[in-house]
Design a protein around this ligand. Structure first.
Ligand code: HEC
Length: 700
């Protein structure tokens, strides 16, 4: 793709593309309708163009929310993670579920209108950190657009669910995957991809909404410097990398936020970490800023041309993606009306930027304890990086706050123009990073260049309890003008649900422990809660039909790099039962009671293997398997807990699964190109050791 012809084509005006350019829709869901923002309907992922997730509906208020009850619910196909924001148009509620499936319901009754399964190969699971999740569809004209885990963009008939076109958008055979929701504007569908842990090169691409033809592709990181770059912005970026960085992809993927701003006629999007995480392996001649990773970038919608960027985490080495939701607002700052971007990325600072120019206005912490930077330069917003945090230089493990889970990740925040507050689902987490001197690029799973095993939770009750206590969450109401937290609701665990703000002076949020709650938007007082029995990650929406206001949310936890397992958080979460749940005033429905949780007693084979084998197994497990099977082999609720596995005692059965891929059709791929047979068995010996340690604790 890195040809001169392509570079030239990108500079030509849009008209030159001729037949690929269809006019934006004039009926159904139009740009004008989306621009009006949410009233009775919810038409786009972030609610409106500004992605504020604020609804002017005020039938349900801080006075009557106590009468809110369940109107209907729908069980979903799998127990895997649920992250989608539902959309509502013309009486139909559209959602996506795990494996990128789409469902359309009668928004009033819950009757299924149609469903669509893109038949994603289950092997694709190994290319994502956080489960087979999908964050939702886009509606445009008479179509529904879904982007699939295996990298396709699919257009469906809004009324029928029938496929109109289906197009591969990621490079063929790449480790990219898509979990994000597409956005639409000016006759185009916009989508990027995930994959900055798997040797990929990030981009945002635009496709013709009618035909699926590609209109433009904006790469976020430079390619091979000996070849022409696809645009001037990449020539500038190439100077901020060194060595043979392009051979490992570069990262900077665009896996979540994409915001079109009609006031500036710009598209803003966030980019992921650089690949691999450890700069020692991508900037071999010393750390550079690695543009445009961990940044917000603005481009022109018609051409995909670069306009400005702001890098939040230069030299990122902690997985501090800037993909988090980009919200646009008009604020009074220092006596001036400013059209700004509000952003709460993983790195823990809340940024206010000028939307037209990207100029830094302010950046203040929205969590406590940030230790990777001592603060931001008040003029430029550049962080003052703590030298101890540069683990590849110190050679010592670094316990970073926030950790890679981020002070805030994709779980959507909301902004209420009524209160002037931003409601952020916040994580308080720490993570150990250390340089891995022996790292080599591999083929399967995470490719980070770090060793996370020094951070393993030891099998010690006191240490576990302390870790659990330190891993918490909060709902934070942040004042972007004052740059301070206005109120805060502490939550027992990290990774709670996205938020919705309404004109009824309410904020809705689900928790990882399975409550769906409403708070007073001005004070943070909890006013209502509903037992959803399974953890909630997705953000709620609200809509109105015949004057009746509804609130809808997807229930189903999982999907976050398993911060739960070894920290003992999941043990307080009931098994995942994934559902769409819809509420209205006066309704009295209740969910079926969850099945009783079963106490599982550990019964592992006796410890065997040499200390060297077990140490090797610990490192390999932590860096490659823990992302799905849990920290220190204590799994969350999604994937098997290997301490209980029946194949633990059989080297041959273990090998069949892990080396040869006997369960690949269920998402557990073969690791034979990444590890040799001895390494695979060392992991087994490590898990046996872990199971025995925990068994000894159970007995106490
Ligand atoms: C991307 C997620 C993912 C990663 C990474 C992963 N696994 Fe799995 N693993 C799964 C899933 C999903 C299953 C369940 C498959 C099924 O239901 O048949 C599974 C099942 C297994 C099983 C069978 C357990 C049983 O008793 O049924 C073993 C053993 C296993 N994995 C070992 C490993 C090892 C060792 C690694 C690291 C080298 C690893 N896995 C990495 C997702 C993953």
């Amino acid at each position: 793709m890195r040809s001169k012809a392509l570079a030239l084509a990108m500079l030509l005006p849009l008209a030159a593309c001729g037949k690929q350019v269809s006019a934006p829709p004039t009926t159904g869901v139009t740009d004008e309708l989306i621009a009006k923002g949410p009233s009775d309907e919810w038409l786009t992922y972030g609610g409106d163009r500004a992605e504020q997730r604020f609804s002017p509906l005020d039938k349900v208020t801080d006075k009557n929310v106590g009468e809110l009850g369940m109107a209907w619910f729908a069980d979903l196909d799998t127990a895997r993670g649920q992250e989608a924001t539902p959309l509502m148009h013309d009486g139909t509620l559209y959602i996506t579920t795990a494996w990128s499936m789409v469902k359309a319901y009668d928004a009033r009754t819950g009757a299924v209108k149609w469903q669509y399964d893109p038949k994603v190969p289950r092997e694709k699971l190994v290319d994502v950190c956080c489960d087979a999740v999908n964050r939702g569809v886009a509606l445009y004209g008479d179509k529904v657009y879904v982007a699939t885990l295996d990298g396709r963009l699919v257009a469906l008939g809004q009324k029928t669910g029938k496929v109109i076109w289906d197009k591969l958008t990621i490079p063929k055979d790449s480790h990219m995957a898509i979990t994000g929701a597409p956005r639409v504007v000016k006759g185009m569908v916009l989508i990027g991809s995930a994959g900055a842990e798997y040797f990929t090169r990030g981009y945002l691409a635009a496709f013709d909404a009618e035909s699926g033809a590609e209109r433009w592709r904006f790469y976020t990181v430079p390619g091979d410097p000996s070849k022409p770059q696809e645009g001037k912005h990449l020539e500038a970026a190439a100077k901020t990398w060194s060595g043979e960085f392009w051979k490992l992809g570069g990262g900077g993927t665009v896996w979540d936020s994409i915001t079109y701003d009609p006031a500036t006629d710009l598209i803003y999007f966030g980019t992921a970490n650089a690949e691999p995480w450890n700069p020692a392996y991508r900037n071999t001649d010393g750390a550079g800023d690695s543009l445009y990773t961990a940044s917000i970038v603005a481009v022109k919608p018609d051409s995909g041309e670069y306009v400005w960027h702001f890098q939040e985490t230069p030299e990122d080495r902690w997985d501090f993606d800037s993909n988090q939701q980009i919200t646009v607002a008009d604020l009074d700052i220092g006596g001036q009306k400013r059209h700004v971007i509000l952003h709460a990325p993983k790195n823990g600072f809340f940024y206010v930027l000028d939307a037209r120019s990207g100029e830094f206005i302010s950046g203040k912490p929205f969590v406590d304890g940030i230790n990777w930077a001592r603060g931001l330069d008040p003029k430029t917003g550049k962080p003052d990086i703590n030298p101890d945090a540069k683990y590849e230089l110190t050679g010592k493990p670094w316990l970073g706050i926030p950790g890679a889970v981020g002070a805030h990740s994709w779980t959507p925040m909301s902004y209420s123009p009524r209160t002037g507050l931003v409601y952020i689902p916040v994580n308080n987490t720490a993570q150990a990073y250390s340089h891995d001197p022996d790292w080599k690029p591999g083929t399967t799973g995470f490719q980070l260049g770090i060793d996370a095993s020094p951070g393993n939770v030891p099998a010690d009750e006191a240490v576990r309890a302390a870790t659990k206590a330190a891993m918490t969450g909060a709902l934070v109401a942040f004042d972007p003008v004052a740059g301070e937290v206005k109120w805060k609701v502490p939550l027992q665990t990290p990774t709670n649900g996205g938020t919705l703000a309404t004109a009824g002076n309410l904020v809705f949020q689900g928790t990882a422990l399975g409550d769906f709650r409403a708070y007073a938007a001005d004070t943070g007082k909890q006013l209502w809660s509903f037992p959803a029995y399974s953890g909630i990650l997705a953000a709620p929406i609200t809509y109105s039909i015949d004057g009746e206001q509804y609130v809808a949310v997807l229930v189903g936890w999982g999907g976050v790099w398993d911060v739960s397992g070894g920290k003992g958080v999941t043990s307080r979460i009931t098994p995942n039962i994934s559902r769409l749940v819809v509420f209205k005033l006066g309704a009295k429905g209740a969910l079926p009671a969850p099945p009783p949780s079963v106490e599982r007693v550990l019964d592992p084979p006796p410890v065997s293997g040499t200390p060297e084998q077990i140490a090797m197994g610990s490192k390999l497990f932590t860096n490659s398997c823990s992302v799905c099977h849990g920290n220190a082999a204590v799994a969350g609720s999604l994937n098997p807990d290997l301490r209980h596995s029946a194949v633990l005692g059989s080297a041959e059965a273990w090998r069949n699964i892990v080396f040869d891929g006997a369960l690949a059709h269920n998402g557990m791929v073969a690791w034979k190109t990444q590890f040799n047979a001895d390494q695979i068995d060392a992991i087994r010996l490590y898990v046996i050791k872990r199971a025995n340690e925990d068994k000894a604790l159970e007995g106490k």
